[in-house]
Design a protein around this ligand. Structure first.
Ligand code: KG4
Ligand code: ZN
Length: 345
């Protein structure tokens, strides 16, 4: 079965073709980073318009790359939520229309389910059950995953998501958008030991997160220390040292909660997905952590950590393969809990 996946929930237009026999056939992505850069964040209306302009050229691109025609496609999957409503509606309208025109079934996919299942496109793929750490720009969640659509939320961020904290810290440090990669790069020049930032909520029981206090702590440290800086070189080093201290605090916090989630569930497989899972320090730290526990950690390839069409094609296939198809009326769900999903049947 060949499934077309369409991702337009935020600032990336992603299209991909997944074949259940041969695996991923083609994958194309247009990032809107340059479009939103001047504004320091995503401008929803610009995002929607850009998805409209980019989606069809990307469709032609993936068909060419896969060497197939529209008649070979057996189903269409699009991101139905959560995300920006206008951006979601572009993908949903396109996906639903294409499925109708081609006379094949179509399904709306939960964006976080896409992230969560993305490591299944790798070899080796994780087997169920596992604990998933979902860390993106909008979500920080620990989920017990018994199978496709069988999700139990173990904990989540009570305020900012981890990616959002990276983005806000980047802004504070005068770095560009998106902030995660920029903070990580600057942190490479940071000197360990100059600052020791708090690890939020690790001393409390439970698996919830909170990152907004860390953001304030970062801001206060920057203000206090900046006043003591003699010149640009010192200010530059300060920014790098703060980036490192911030990144270390986030990574440590995530690692501590992952260990706790594995301990509490008794599971020995950890899946890490979403934009922040591309972070190298996080990967290194989690690998050390799971090795100590005799567990294993699985990630998507770096290109599939952030938003992409491949994860939507794959997650859609998991439902289309058992006959799912949605009516012609479609909608977008900007807010949509992962736990509301049920297994494909
Ligand atoms: O999953 P994603 O592409 O979009 C959402 O669904 O939100 O995640 C984007 C987030 C952004 O906040 C970005 O700053 C963060 O992932 N991110 C990173 C890294 N790469 C992307 N954060 C830390 N380190 C990175 N290397
Ligand atoms: Zn995402």
């Amino acid at each position: 079965m060949i499934v077309l996946g369409i991702e337009t929930s935020c600032d990336e237009t992603g299209l991909a073709l997944y074949d259940s026999e041969r695996g991923l056939l083609a994958d194309a992505l247009h990032s809107q980073v340059a479009l939103h850069a001047d504004y320091g964040g995503v401008v929803p209306e610009l995002a929607s318009r850009d998805h409209v302009q980019k989606a069809l050229p990307l469709l032609r691109q993936v068909l060419d790359e896969a060497g197939i025609g529209a008649a070979d496609i057996d189903g269409v999957a699009w991101t139905a939520g959560p995300g920006l409503v206008g951006a979601l509606l572009v993908g949903a309208a396109l996906g639903r229309s294409l499925a109708f025109a081609w006379g094949v079934p179509g399904v709306g996919v939960h964006h976080m389910e896409g992230h969560l299942l993305a490591p299944m496109l790798e070899d080796p793929a994780p087997e169920f059950p596992f604990v998933a750490l979902l860390v993106s720009g909008g979500h920080t969640q620990l989920v017990e995953v018994a199978g496709v659509g069988r999700y139990r939320l173990l904990g989540e961020s009570l305020d900012d998501a981890a990616g959002e904290a990276f983005d806000k810290t980047a802004k504070l440090l005068g770095l560009g958008y998106p902030g995660g990669p920029a903070v990580a790069k600057l942190a490479e020049q940071g000197r360990p030991g100059r600052f020791d930032f708090p690890r939020p909520m690790v001393n409390r029981p439970g698996l919830d997160f909170s990152f907004s206090g860390l953001k304030t702590y970062t801001m206060n440290t920057l203000r206090e220390e900046e006043a003591r800086c003699a010149g640009d070189a010192e200010r530059g080093q300060l920014a790098a040292d703060i980036a490192l201290a911030f990144e270390t605090a986030v990574v440590e916090t995530l690692a501590i909660k992952c260990r706790r989630a594995l301990d509490e569930t008794g599971l020995r497989r950890l899946v890490v997905a979403g934009g922040v899972s591309a972070n190298r320090r996080l990967r290194g730290r989690l690998e050390a952590e799971v090795a100590r526990l005799g567990a294993a950690v699985y990630y998507p390839r770096p290109a599939f950590c952030t938003d992409n069409g491949a994860m939507i094609a794959y997650a859609g296939w998991q439902r289309l393969r058992v006959g799912a198809s949605e009516p012609l009326a479609f909608n977008a769900r900007p807010r949509w809990g992962l736990e509301e999903l049920s297994p494909p049947c």
